[in-house]
Design a protein around this ligand. Sequence first.
Ligand code: UT7
Length: 335
Amino acid sequence: MTQIKAAITGICGYVPDYILTNAELETMVDTSDEWITSRTGIKERRILKGEGMGTSHMGAEAVKGLLRKTDTRPQDIDLIICSTTTPDFVFPASANIISDMVGAKNAFSYDMQAACSGFLYAMSTASQFIETGRYKKVIVVGADKMSSIVDYQDRSTCIIFGDGAGAALLEPSTDGNGLIDFVLKSDGSGINHLVQKAGGSRRPPSIETVTNREHYIYQEGAAVFKFAVTNMAEAAAQIMERNRLTSGQVKWLCPHQANKRIISATADRMGIGEEKVMINIHKYGNTTNATLPLALWDYESQLRKGDNIVFAAFGGGFTWGAAYLKWAYDGDQFA
Ligand code: UT7
């Protein structure tokens, strides 16, 4: 029997129009374009403005673009998984809202929370539904309105994050292309270094939590950096080893875009040059769940059927991992 794999058959992104530059951040906190560029690689990020606009708006725009370009009818979608750390509401799930916005009337949908590794977790999970043979069209959305939880008085976090969304269509494939393997890891003790302290059931919103600025991202940057650099590189190396992939056989690294220095360390560990690394951190910053699909979207026209792509991510939780996917189509077909 031919084995079914989950292939990405289309990718689309959405970023809001407003550009928050390093120059503008210089007017908000004590920082400089030079510091931000040399320590992170970021030049600008997008911010979703407008009353009542949440993560689902960006997710739905990405899905609508995906349906249009792949000529897919919304009613033919079986499942939508949205990985997000900034859902519109505690409940219902943003995936439910996105399904409604795009008219995916026959889909079931749910959210997944794995911070910056969310898209990797969601893509891996989605692939299992496809591999059973029961589900034919699954959309994975990675979306975050990070600006809703960023403290614009905290110079060590406000310079990093941005807003955006990306969506991938997954369909069954029997030609050997698709998701081949994944390694997913988590370590809950990471809460000590990276957390939004209030707003959940342990510390519900109160005047005190708001006054103490506990609804914003708390990050011990240097500690997180150390974990990220080691674990992201290690996961990428592990996926290569167990699939006997040499650095020469890897066509692309699609890494989480948190810090250019973490990305470079991962590429070094894999033994690949910068020309094989998807990078867009300079224009979007860290969009958390959206970094991987936005990178695929940016590089789509350069991708060829059969390309070996290694994904790697690290984020809050801690969560991290890597995946090996064989690209399923010539990207310039959508140009
Ligand atoms: O995506 C989810 C996971 N998150 C990550 O992977 C993020 C990992 N961490 C990082 O990317 C980096 O740690 C940061 C970019 C957040 C910070 O860079 P760093 O090189 O680790 O800086 P640091 O926190 O160790 O701070 C070094 C110095 C400090 O000054 P002193 O104490 O040495 O005088 C900070 O106060 O840099 C200072 N600093 C800044 N200076 C100018 C921190 N932020 C800024 C800033 N502008 N924006």
